[in-house]
Design a protein around this ligand. Sequence first.
Ligand code: DUC
Ligand code: ZN
Ligand code: ZN
Length: 477
Amino acid sequence: MQEYDLVIRGGTVVTAADTARADVGIRNGKIIAVGLELAKGKQEIDATGLRVMPGGIDSHVHLAQPAFGGPAMADGFESGTRSAIAGGNTTVLPFALQSRGMSLRKAVEDYHKEAEGQSYCDYGFHLILTDPTPAVLGQELPALVAAGYTSLKVFMTYEDMVLNDRELLEVFDAAGEYGALVMVHCEGYDAIRFMTEKLEKAGKVAPYYHAVSRPQSVEREAAHRAISHAELTGVPIMIVHVSGGEAMEQIRWARNRGLKIMGETCTQYVSLTADDLKGLNMDETGSKYVCSPPPRDHKSWEAIWNGIQTGVFQTFSSDHCPFYFEGEMGKKNPKARTAFKWVPNGIPGVAVRMPILWSEGVAKGRITENEFVALTSTNHARIYGLTSKGAIAAGYDADIVLWDPARKVTISQSLMHHGSDYTPWEGFEVTGWPHATILRGEVVMREGEILGAKEGGKFLPRALSPMASRGAGAPMN
Ligand code: DUC
Ligand code: ZN
Ligand code: ZN
């Protein structure tokens, strides 16, 4: 009897902890051995010259969501997860958005219908709470947390989603009681409205002014407020999509005071700038880059790298939030052309997250390969309760990316496999690219060719986050 269904031979295994020349033996979708001179498998992959790393886990993607106040998204589960595996990922965590007045349970059921049989990679759901009624917080939330939806996101802006301070406190408190991890979108609603109206009165409505309407101070103030609420309720929080040094310094300050505040940053905050929103000549091509918080400037990139290098950020995500550019549903639909406030917020990036972090981070000497694995996979698994993911070790799911560290690629729409009709990174040059993606022992992508099936991914109920427990444990470093 063959011991292994698959042996990945001759590669260099890189985990969040260490690097070693080793083979990986897989049976029934699980890693069962990591060692030298493993017996021949039924199938063999020659990984000579490649890094063998845990498959990417992108814990911040939006799929099949009824938009951020605008047209429908360009990706459902099929195209969004296809793009994910093209980029070396094996798990994504999208959001189940509760519309106001709607039951949270119903929102989750609806997203399951969208995802069932339509996912090329494994997936779980964060909840988005927009209507934290006593019934939602007292009954639905604990039941959903117990069923494996162990994290939730709240918004401090957006007409349809914003929670006031009292509501934020109630949500934090309830999450603390059930052990759910709270993710916070930190941008101040009133400040954005004030700025938007002022800019509109001055006729400044081009996409670029989206960035002007939500400067770093708006993000910093909200981050500070969220941290204060976390302190008051004794609840750890994750501040998501941090765009620059100002909010980053708030997290650092909080941690230095012993608070359990975590941070996430994203690809766009080390590779795009607000000037990209100017488009070709302050025209609507700038809307291709409209996302929130907006990308900043080169100085911010350096601040974000500093936060990555010093452990302020635990996760590096894409915040994949895809829209079309052209057409009635696109970012330059007729209404969106009249003012930046109507341009849907978000950009597609699940396929470029790992290549850009490798290229700008590892290849340029800013982070180690092990830090890359922690930032793109292992920390996402640990923080969000994905207990069988994020490591190359016996007993873990055989979710693996075979990485070509030297491969030079010019990013283009044709490589993305997503639903959007553009990529914000068209023409961006990277060193380092996924050679193959392996999901629970099956090769689902090789050399850009999608080999997996859209029924191949499965839903992952998640354990409670060890980082979410109220007041327990030492502060994070
Ligand atoms: N927040 C997100 O998390 N994603 C896209 C837009 C936004 O505001
Ligand atoms: Zn957000
Ligand atoms: Zn997001």
